[in-house]
Structures are given as C-alpha cells and as structure tokens.
Design a protein around this ligand. Sequence first.
Ligand code: IPM
Ligand code: MG
Length: 382
Amino acid sequence: MRNYVDNAVEQFRTILEEQIARQRKMETQNEYTDYKKLDKIIIGVCGGDGIGPIISAESVRVLEFILKDEIKAGKVEIRTIEGLTIENRIAHNKAIPDDVLAEIKACNVILKAPTTTLKGGTLESANVAMRRELDLYANVRPVVVAEDNIDWTFFRENTEGEYVLGSRGVEIPDTLAFDFKVTTNEGTKRIARAAFEYAKNNGKTNVAIVTKANIMKKTDGKFSEICHEVAKDYPGIEAEDWYIDIMTANLVNPRIRSKFQVILLPNLYGDIITDEAAQLQGGVGTAGSANLGDVYSMFEAIHGSAPRMMEEGRGMYANPTSMLKASEMMLRHIGFAEYADKLNKALQICTEEEVKYKVTGHSDGVTCSEFGDYVMETIEKL
Ligand code: IPM
Ligand code: MG
C-alpha cells in the first residue's frame, strides 16, 4: 500500500508541475492565425471511424461544390488526412499517431469526423488529444429552435477541467480511484473572453455562467470568479451565475429557456448539457461544433461514430447534417460568411421548410449522398 501511495504522490507532483507550466505557456502565447491574410487556406479532413468516413466524404463533396472557384484559383485546398482511425491509433498506442499529428499541423483548419473513444484503458480520445495538441480552447455549439424562440450559443471550455488529465488518474487496486479536475486562471480567462466577445459582437445581452461552485469549490469557484472579472470589461452584458443541475432543468422549461443567449461553462458540464440542448433541436445528428484556438481551429459533429449503425449495415443512411453544420461554421470562421449563409439556408430548406427527402438512419429514408445531392441542388437555386 505504501508503495502505491508513494507512487501516487510522485505522480501528483509531476502533474502539478506540468499544469503550472501549461498555465505559464498560456500566459505568454501570442501567435494568431488571421485566415483572411493567408494566401492559401488548407482544410485538412479526418475521416474518423464508423459512419465518419461516410458523412465526411459527403461534406467534402458539398464543400468542393461551394468552394469550386477558390479551389481552382489555388486559394483553398481540401486535403485528406489518413490514419486517424481507431485501428491505427491502437497499433501506435497513441491518441493521435505522430505522423498524423504532423499532417494535421500542416493544415490551417481541420474538419473532423467522429472517432471512436474507448471506455477505460489508457488510449486517450482523439478529440481530447486534438483539442489539447492544437490548443483549441473554445468549443462553440449553437442550438437554434426558432419556433420555441431558442437561440443558444454554448461556450464550453475545451482544454482543461475534467478532461485535461482524463487518462492519468490514480488507482489503488480493490481500494479506490482518483481522477483530477484542473481549472487555471488563464484557461478560464480565455474562454470567458471568447464568450463575452461573441456576445458583444452579436448583440447578445446575457451570459449565463454555469458551474457547480457550491460543491466543486476550488475549481468551479475559480471558474465563476474569473468569468465575473472578465465580465467587468463588458458593461452592457449581464453575467449571471447558474448551477449546472438547475440549468439542465431550465433548458427544458419553456417558461425560462428562451431568455438564455450565451452559456459559458467548464468542459464536462458543457459536454453533457450540449447533448441535451442538441436533442431539443432535433437530435445530436443535427448539431455542429467549432473548436477554436488562436492558431488552429477544428470543426466536427457533436455525436459519436455510431458503431451500431455500421454493425447493422446502415452506414449509407447516416445523416450528414451535423458535419454539414460543422462545415458551415468552418466556412464562416475562415472568412466565407456568404457561403456559410447559403449552406445554412439550404440546410434549413432541406431539413425544415420543404423536406422533400428525409434521412432517417434507416432504409425508409434517403442515403447520405442523396441528401448531399439535395443540399447542393438547393444551394444552386439560392
Ligand atoms: C463531444 C464528445 C467528446 C467529448 C468525446 C467523444 C470524447 O462527446 O465532443 O462532446 O467528451 O468531448
Ligand atoms: Mg459530448
């Protein structure tokens, strides 16, 4: 037992030193990518696992259609990145094998399909690793349900909290297990600033800061405190504290939910509550997600790789809407707002206004590529 304790204490020292160094690095980070100033934007596409290659191929087809002039003029390149698959990751015993990471880093922006995340074990999630390696600290997830007057934008902290040491907990066999949650000043400041800047630039007047600071006193206490400090620089915007439990109820409470605009929260709460929010919009298959850093950005679906669909031979009926929403967010972020508006409008028409073909995930619906065709035809008519 003594040995276990000594090892755990030693591990904790290492972790603490690493995390202090990470906070220092954030303090001094001063690199930024201005996509508008790049001669050529390289979009890397990672196909992922399960239905990933199917829905990402469809998004590439739609993007190549939308960006045909820019691609022809050499202003945009869409580059396929192989190897971010569960088989290759297990073979290298690495969340992102080194050569794949190098290819990713040679791009400016990534469109990433879902990747399989193993339960337990030590192989880290590819999502989490990519968010950390590219320092993608703001996970932005919009949810809109027009008829219920819902227009939410979640700003989920994306590099720390419960995730930063997710695979490095401590276990004393047959006795206990520990995981770590880390909240840094700088990590909180930058996500808070991203949320308040977004609010300011988009005419939003309310930011809900969601924690469980009554229980997670140190980490969530710090998160809330720092968010309020940042809020002082945004006098027209109301900053309100909410606890995650009641906020989960609020999102399904028709009397209160439409008042929320921007929702700012630590990593794990953001993970959980954005699935709930996406469900209100029509399911996780309808939601895209932006992972933004100062240098890189990555866009993805919020759902997983749907292994059950593949096992049941239904992969071709997968719904590409989430990846197309992610593509829309990507277009907007890299400076093609007009194209993003068009794609958004086309998706609205195809999924809400005049649903001629529906993807159901089963053979009673259209296939992923038939839906892609429908989206492109619709864009052409706009
Ligand atoms: C998400 C996903 C990921 C997460 C998983 C796949 C690691 O659920 O992007 O919300 O937990 O962040
Ligand atoms: Mg999630």
